[in-house]
Design a protein around this ligand. Sequence first.
Ligand code: HPA
Ligand code: ZN
Length: 351
Amino acid sequence: MTQPSFDTIVRNTLPQLVATSPKAELHLHIEGTLEPELIFALAQRNGVTLPYADVEALRAAYAFTDLQSFLDLYYAGCNVLRTEQDFFDLAWAYFERAAADHVVRVEPFFDPQTHTDRGIGFDVFMPGFIRAAEKAKQDLGLSCDWIMCFLRHLSEEAAFETLEASLPWRGHFIGVGLDSSEKGHPPEKFARVFARAGELGLRRVAHAGEEGPPEYVKSALDVLGAERIDHGVRSAEDPALMQRLAHEQVPLTVCPLSNVRLCVFPDLAQHNLPQLLDAGLCITVNSDDPAYFGGYVNENYLQLVHAQPQLKASHFYGMLRNSLQASFAPEADIARWQEALDVHWKAAAAH
Ligand code: HPA
Ligand code: ZN
């Protein structure tokens, strides 16, 4: 059955409609949800001295010029995460915010090496993450499966060690990803460890085409077997790649506020998301590291509504639907969420 276009929905009702729609968040680093207030609270709890006087001073340091300038602060912030309870508190705070944004499904990334390299093992962070996700399911009805990321500025050998250390926790995450500094660290560097992850039955995703060239998007697909591309916005520089992404309907997890904060685009009005949609790509909207980039997933949608007047109601409906479709949730759950989305939008269109 074809959907109504929904373009009769008047624009000023869009923010509320989008905000209250069921949606999936597919590009979210749990360590990137560490709010300045929680950094200070955990520093106090754990006796860690911070190089900032207060929350405002820390927030003032969030003036990034590129990906690396952000990563330096993001990894430094993680230093306050020490105990299982810290990781629980981090994840639980995010889940409450996600549920408030009508997120029904989330597949958060976590970065083991950021913690194991500080002497904090899987036996510390995994129980915290697992307990928070169980509570989110129970109390908030939120569906969650974790994705373990390898840090691409480190070696493939280190990634293999991480995969090995994760095996006792194999039942508690569904896939692997690739993040951190992109330029100079092409997907090919991790070909063998991704192949091994595939043999283990893990789903595969990878950051590509955020700061790196379109070639990295191609090799993430062809060499790593990535099923989704995280960011992927620089694909627009390669017409043949754009045709392929449209033809294969490879989901791109686009993070508009992140791209602006990290200077991938000068402002939201100049973000190429409309171009990606016009080319027929499967685009989703996500928040990446919301504590650092100025907003959780609904804020990303809402700022797009305001900054990109050429985007129609049907574009937003399509991206919400894509988020559910591109998730790794069981088919029956996806069908149920999409049905709820349709009911919500048809009711709005009828007014
Ligand atoms: N890109 C690469 N690595 C990251 C990001 C990102 O946007 N966020 C957290 N780690
Ligand atoms: Zn990311």
